[in-house]
Design a protein. Structure first.
Ligand SMILES: [Zn+2]
Length: 91
């Protein structure tokens, strides 16, 4: 068993399959260019609808959706698919 399941072959296969579907970003709805460098903020990332930290399945395609890298990191681990980009701070 690999210590990090994200390095495993089933996970990479899921990522490739999701990427091949060519779906727009689940957060902003924008086109995701599959040819972009993975380090690009607009590159494809696989997002888990139910975060793994909340018991979501890593390998279930139903729990996977496409997202820009920058949109994915902006969302973080917050719950709710439509969390606002800007965090509202009340001081
Ligand atoms: Zn996006």
């Amino acid at each position: 068993m690999p210590s990090n399941p994200r390095n495993g072959r089933p996970y990479r296969r899921l990522v490739a399959a999701q990427k091949a579907r060519g779906l727009p970003c689940a957060r902003c709805g924008g086109y995701i260019n599959p040819a972009l460098d993975p380090r690009s903020p607009w590159s494809f990332t696989l997002d888990h609808i139910v975060p793994l930290s909340r018991g979501g399945s890593l390998l279930d395609p139903v729990n996977a959706r496409s997202m820009h890298r920058r949109c994915n990191s902006a969302r973080g681990n917050r719950t709710g698919a439509t969390a606002p980009l800007r965090s509202s701070r009340r001081w």
